[in-house]
Each structure stands twice: as structure tokens, then as C-alpha cells.
Design a binder for this molecule. Structure first.
Ligand code: ATP
Ligand code: MG
Length: 247
């Protein structure tokens, strides 16, 4: 289980995450929603150990092991994954090479190349992606939707225990949203991943059905519930949640 306990995070001295508690079990899907600037991405980055974000209080525990003070790569080894929003400068490396490197970093010994090719082909098949895709250079001329698919491919290849997806649905067309959602469902189910999915829109939750929905306002989770909570936000907006946050 991924446990977040009373977590407080600040950036450049300003408190952004103000005491968050969350438990994500393997196989569970949690949606995290909330207005712009409420601290959702900050929470995601601090979970991954991004050094820009300083954890002032609280704990992050992965399967009983506290990782609050560990580096990002150690957390990855414990099985935590955040889809990389890798910068466009990474060029001259193919998707396959990138994935192999990322996978090997998480292993004691590098995977043999033929074993890796088989592993990769299996995942490409699973996500209904063409082999050609993995031979393309990372991010060079990838459309927004292709980058998103790539994130799901990463999740699938790396087989993490827990995954944070930050706005995986932004910028996807209606068909791509379906494809990416199916990919998430397939991978999450096959690998029993605990998923924390940050999103602004109920729409993706029609495809990737959350067990729990949380609303974050001003650095705190002000309400948790089932899928009906996302529908309520869609209908009513955040005013009521903001009022709740002020109480
Ligand atoms: N690197 C940074 N330096 C300074 N301030 C930051 C930084 N990152 C985030 N912030 C501030 O922290 C607050 C929370 O930002 P965050 O990105 O976590 O919000 P969010 O909930 O993900 O919003 P959105 O829905 O718009 O993605 C904002 O006020 C933002 O300006
Ligand atoms: Mg964000």
C-alpha cells in the first residue's frame, strides 16, 4: 500500500500542500481532482522525490517502507512511478532505448536485449501499438496524444506497483482518450497497479472507473467519496468545496 501521512510540502518557503492523508492499495484507482493551483501536481512531484519540493512534515510509505527522505530513483526502485513529462531536448534516443535504460535502472542487472525486445513487443501488443512506434526517436515529432500513449507504454514496460498520472487526459481527442483509457485499464488490471489519477474532468472517469475520488482545495483534501463525487463537481463546480475548505 502507498501511504501518504499528514504530508506538508513547500516550494521556495511557501506552503503548498498542507497536510494530506491518502492510502492507495494495489489494484485501486483513486482520482484526485481540484481547482487550478490547489497543489495536485505539487503532491505528485513530492511523492516522486523531486528535489525542488521540500517536504516539511509527514511521511510517504511504500509497502511499509518509509521513503520520505529517499531520492527519486530509490522510490522508483520501491515501485513508484510518475509518468515523466520529459523535456523535448532529449533527442537522439529511441523510445525503446529510453525504456530499456529506465527499466535497467530499476533492476539489479540489465535485462538481456532479446528478453527486452520480447517484453516490449508484448506491451506494445497489449496497448495495440505498432512496433514502429518504439523505433521512433523520443519526443521528436510526437503529437500530444502520442506522448500520452508513450506514458502508458512506460507504465506498462516498467511494471510499477503504484503510479501517479497527472492529467493524462489533457489534450487528447475523443478517440485517443478511449485508447489511452483502455491502455490504463488493461495495464492497471493485469499488473494490479495502485493508481492515483489527477484529472480535471469527469469524462475520463467514465472509462477509467475510480474506486475513490478526492477533492483537493488549497493544499488539503476537503472531501473524499465514490465516483458520484466527480459527477457532483461536473455539475456544481468547486464553490461548495472551497466553502468547505474555509470552514
Ligand atoms: N516550481 C514552483 N515554483 C513556485 N511556485 C510553484 C511551483 N510549482 C507550483 N507552484 C505554486 O504552487 C501552487 C500549486 O501548484 P500545482 O501545480 O501543484 O497546482 P495544481 O493543483 O496541479 O494546479 P493545476 O490544476 O492548474 O495543474 C500554485 O500556486 C503554483 O503557482
Ligand atoms: Mg497540475
Amino acid at each position: 500500500m502507498l501511504e501518504i501521512k499528514d504530508l506538508e510540502v513547500s516550494i521556495e518557503g511557501e506552503k503548498i500542500v498542507k497536510g494530506v492523508n491518502l492510502e492507495v492499495k494495489p489494484g485501486e484507482i483513486h482520482a484526485l481532482m481540484g481547482p487550478n493551483g490547489s497543489g495536485k501536481s505539487t503532491l505528485a512531484h513530492s511523492l516522486m522525490g523531486n528535489p525542488q519540493y521540500s517536504i516539511d512534515a509527514g511521511k510517504i510509505i511504500i509497502d511499509g517502507e518509509e521513503v520520505t527522505d529517499e531520492e527519486a530513483d530509490e522510490r522508483a526502485e520501491e515501485g513508484l512511478f510518475l509518468a515523466f513529462q520529459y523535456p523535448s531536448e532529449i533527442s537522439g534516443i529511441t523510445v525503446a532505448e529510453f525504456l530499456k535504460e529506465a527499466l535497467d535502472e530499476r533492476r539489479d542487472e540489465p535485462m538481456g536485449s532479446s528478453e527486452f525486445r520480447e517484453h516490449l513487443r508484448e506491451k506494445l501488443d497489449l496497448l495495440d501499438m505498432d512496433d514502429e512506434y518504439a523505433r521512433r526517436y523520443l519526443n521528436e515529432g510526437f503529437s500530444g496524444g502520442e506522448k500520452k500513449r508513450n506514458e502508458i507504454l512506460q507504465m506498462s514496460v516498467l511494471e510499477p506497483k503504484y503510479t501517479v498520472l497527472d492529467e493524462i487526459d489533457s489534450g487528447l481527442d475523443i478517440d485517443a482518450l478511449k485508447v489511452v483509457s483502455e491502455g490504463i485499464n488493461t495495464v492497471a488490471e493485469e499488473q494490479e497497479i495502485g493508481l492515483l489519477m489527477i484529472t480535471h474532468y469527469q469524462r475520463i472517469l467514465d472509462y477509467v472507473k475510480p474506486d475513490h475520488v478526492h477533492v483537493m482545495v488549497d493544499g488539503k483534501i476537503v472531501e473524499s467519496g465514490g465516483p458520484e463525487l466527480a459527477h457532483r463537481l461536473e455539475d456544481e463546480g468547486y464553490d461548495w468545496a472551497k466553502e468547505q475548505a474555509e470552514m
